[in-house]
Design a protein around this ligand. Sequence first.
Ligand SMILES: NC(=O)c1ccc[n+]([C@@H]2O[C@H](COP(=O)([O-])OP(=O)(O)OC[C@H]3O[C@@H](n4cnc5c(N)ncnc54)[C@H](OP(=O)(O)O)[C@@H]3O)[C@@H](O)[C@H]2O)c1
Length: 305
Amino acid sequence: MTNINKTVVVLGATGQQGGSVAAALRADGWVVRAVVRDPSGYRARSLAASGVETVRGDLGDPESLRAAFADTHGVFSVQPNSGQAGAGVTDEDEVRFGTAVADIAERCGVAHLVYSSAVTAGSTTGVDHLDTKSRIEAHVRNLDIASTIIRPATFMELLVTSEIGLDRGHLSFLMRPDQAMQFIAVRDIGRIAAAVFGSPESYAGRTMEIAGDALTGNALAGHLTQAAGRPISYSRLPTTLPAQDEVLSKLEALVDDGRLVGNANLDALRTEFPFLLCFDRWLAGPGAGLLDEALRSTDTAIAPR
Ligand SMILES: NC(=O)c1ccc[n+]([C@@H]2O[C@H](COP(=O)([O-])OP(=O)(O)OC[C@H]3O[C@@H](n4cnc5c(N)ncnc54)[C@H](OP(=O)(O)O)[C@@H]3O)[C@@H](O)[C@H]2O)c1
C-alpha cells in the first residue's frame, strides 16, 4: 500500500475493465475516483461500498470530466463498445469520447494516462468498431502527456456467456478448431493497469498487447469439458452465419490473417506479470461462476464415475 494519497480516475468502472482496474488499484492502495452516469445504481453503490469515490459524469459531457480529473495523478480510459448492439454508442461517439478524455487529461495536468485499446489497433481492419481504437491511439500519442496504451486480447469471459451454447454442449467461436487465438481474463487487465500506474518510469510511452493464454478451438473444448464435467465440442461459427453477417465474416478474415488472434509474447508477459491466468486456472477461479451459469439450463451432465 504505497500509493495511499494519489488519485486515479477510472472510466467505465461499472463495467468489466473499469471494474477490474478500480479493484486492482484499490488493492494497491490508490485513491480511486470512478466517473459514473448514475451514482445511485447498484454497481456504483457497490463501488462506493468497496471504498471507491463515485462522481457523477458522462463521457459526452466534457465539463463533468474536467471536474473529475482535477488534481488527480492518473486516468484509466476505456470507452463503451461501439460494435455492441444496443450499447447506443456510434463509432464516432467512441472516438469523440476517447479523444476528449485524453485532451482533458492533458489539460488538467494528469501525470499518467492509461488507454485500453484492442489487439487489432495499429492497422486498418475495415471493421469500423475496431478501427476506432487506432484513431484514439494516434490522438493519445500526439499529446503532451505520459501515456501507456494496453491492447487486451479477446476476453475469456466472452467464451462462457449464457448465450454461447455451453448448455447444449457446444462452443462456436471465430477461429478454426486447430487455430490458436489469444485470450485474457478481465481480472488481469485490472492487475496489469495497476502495475502500469505503479511504475510509470517503466511503462510511460509503451504500447503493450496483453494476453494470458493462447488456445485452439479444440483446446478450449478440452478445458471446458474438463471444468464442466460434461462433453463440450467446438466448431468455427457456422459458415452460413458469416455470409449473412458482413462484420462476422470480416472478423473471421482478421483471425485468418493473424491480426485478431493476438500476437503478445506470452512468456515475456508472464515474467513481467506472474499473476496472469491461463484459461484452465481462470475456469477454476474467477470464471467458475460464469461457467456454472452458462451450463445451468441443461441436464446432460455426465454421471460421476
Ligand atoms: N470483449 C472483448 O473481448 C474486448 C477485447 C478488447 C477490447 N475490448 C473493448 O473494451 C471496451 C469495453 O470495455 P468493457 O467490456 O469493460 O465495457 P462494459 O463492461 O460494456 O462497460 C462499459 C462501461 O462504460 C460506461 N459508459 C457507457 N457509456 C458511458 C457514457 N456516456 N459516459 C460514461 N460512462 C459510460 C458504462 O457505464 P454504465 O454503468 O453507466 O452503463 C460501463 O461502466 C470496448 O471499447 C471494446 O471494444 C473488448
